[in-house]
Design a protein around this ligand. Structure first.
Ligand SMILES: Cc1cc2nc3c(=O)[nH]c(=O)nc-3n(C[C@H](O)[C@H](O)[C@H](O)COP(=O)(O)OP(=O)(O)OC[C@H]3O[C@@H](n4cnc5c(N)ncnc54)[C@H](O)[C@@H]3O)c2cc1C
Length: 398
């Protein structure tokens, strides 16, 4: 769909070339097979292998560590294109991006040199783990702990909803190292846990079978059951100074994660729009294409406006972060609006497809099941509103 350009949506020549390449990749390699993988809930290994060749696991990793060294804005543009193809593909990259960010911003030199080159090629992929069976939004309430035993750390506790939990080679795990700390966030530490990808049982760690989900299939979400899992001292994120810093580190990463989820929302909203535009001009009712019935034209108008607004908010938040400006408020707004836009556009596109929208033969049926994830991950819409409201008041004190 053609869209207007302005200072936020304008692309450099490099950004144009990369997004065009990823769009073609989505059109040729992802969209034609997404339904098949979704219906079988199968990991899209051949697509992931091609993504490695394209360098898509190292987009934001500095060139000195083997990555492309691109900024958050370019990354957001790439994620939009991948999600337009299939949200689960961006899910394989999403947690990897958060892990790379944590290392780049907080890792010791040794941690960066050890992990980033392998992560840039996709040789190992990263996951992150905050959520637990009883705790999601209220991160300070997590119960998992790590204690020091004979110069090592031992992690115990149950983690939930770890995307890429089984196939990742490294997981950034947030636990309490001082459960009595007041406020609790000061007693939280992030550990870089290495594991064998695809292995579900190892000393101190068990990974139960993947959680069955309504959408966002193909990419696995798992529990991680830690019971005295040993982590060397040098795998505290940021080294000894990182002890007690885990909450702050993770919240920082989730802020860029919000731009990432917003970009995923734009991709989903875009694809729903494309499908609605096509179907509404092909399908006839009462003697004319349904697009010419005003009720449908208005739906298209609202979908297009929502899509454009979501893209602008997302790119604005990304560009502000790249420029070193404070962007917590903007990232929250982008995440809230773009994820709701994805959900709304998916539903409107499904309605426009009439009965066929309810059939598994049509792409929109999958998109309708995939979109709601975006309302939940990296902070629910309710939590975004809490963040946005708080930041607005902070910036506008009387
Ligand atoms: C497919 C999938 C993949 C995921 N991947 C990961 C991952 O890789 N790593 C990870 O750590 N987590 C992951 N998550 C977990 C996700 O981050 C949490 O589900 C999310 O943060 C919400 O937490 P919760 O499910 O415990 O809901 P709760 O926190 O229990 O919230 C339930 C409801 O109450 C609302 N609510 C809670 N507190 C408030 C409040 N103060 N005011 C108003 N409303 C409130 C919420 O908005 C929500 O509507 C994933 C989740 C899913 C579904």
């Amino acid at each position: 769909m053609a869209v207007a350009t302005d200072t936020y949506t304008e692309k450099t020549d490099e950004q144009k070339a990369i997004t065009e390449m990823v769009r073609q990749f989505a059109d040729n390699e992802i969209i034609p097979v997404a339904e098949e993988y979704d219906h079988e809930d199968k990991f899209p290994e051949p697509i992931v292998e091609q993504m490695k060749e394209l360098g898509l696991f190292g987009v934001t990793i500095p060139e000195e560590h083997g990555g492309m060294g691109l900024d958050l804005t370019t990354y957001a543009m790439i994620v939009e294109e991948l999600s337009r193809g299939w949200i689960s593909i961006s899910g394989v990259v999403n947690t990897h991006f958060i892990g790379s960010y944590l290392l780049m911003k907080f890792g010791t030199d040794e941690q960066k040199e050890y992990f980033l080159p392998k992560m840039a090629t996709g040789e190992i992929r990263a996951a992150f783990s905050l959520s637990e069976p009883e705790v999601g939004s209220d991160v300070q309430g997590i119960k998992s702990t790590a204690k020091q035993v004979d110069g090592e750390w031992e992690i115990s506790g149950q983690k939930m909803w770890v995307t890429n939990g089984l196939l990742s080679g490294v997981v950034f795990v947030l636990v309490k190292t001082d459960p009595k700390a007041d406020p609790p966030y000061k007693g939280m530490t992030c550990f870089i846990c290495e594991k064998e990808p695809g292995v579900d049982e190892m000393p101190g760690l068990r990974i139960p079978p993947k959680i069955k989900k309504m959408g966002y299939k193909g990419v696995e979400s798992t529990e991680l059951v830690f019971d005295g899992f040993k982590v060397p001292e040098e795998r505290v994120l940021g080294g000894p100074d990182g002890i007690g810093q885990g909450f702050v580190q993770m919240m920082d990463a989730l802020e860029v994660g919000r731009v990432n989820v917003a970009a995923r929302g734009v991709g989903v909203a875009q694809r729903a729009m494309e499908l609605a535009l096509r179907y509404s001009q092909e399908r006839k009712a009462f003697g004319k294409p349904i697009a010419q019935h005003q009720a449908i034209t208005f739906k298209l108008a609202e979908m297009g406006t929502r899509l454009e607004a979501a893209r602008l908010l997302t790119l604005k938040a990304a560009r502000m972060k790249d420029a070193g400006e404070r962007s917590d408020l903007e990232a929250g707004m982008a995440k809230l609006f773009a994820s709701e836009a994805a959900k709304a556009n998916a539903e409107e596109a499904l309605r426009i497809h009439g009965g066929y929208g309810y059939s598994k033969e049509y792409e929109i049926e999958r998109i309708y099941r995939d979109a709601p994830l975006l309302l939940i991950g990296e902070g629910t819409s309710e939590i975004q509103k809490m963040v946005i409201g708080k930041k607005l008041l902070e910036r506008n004190r009387v």
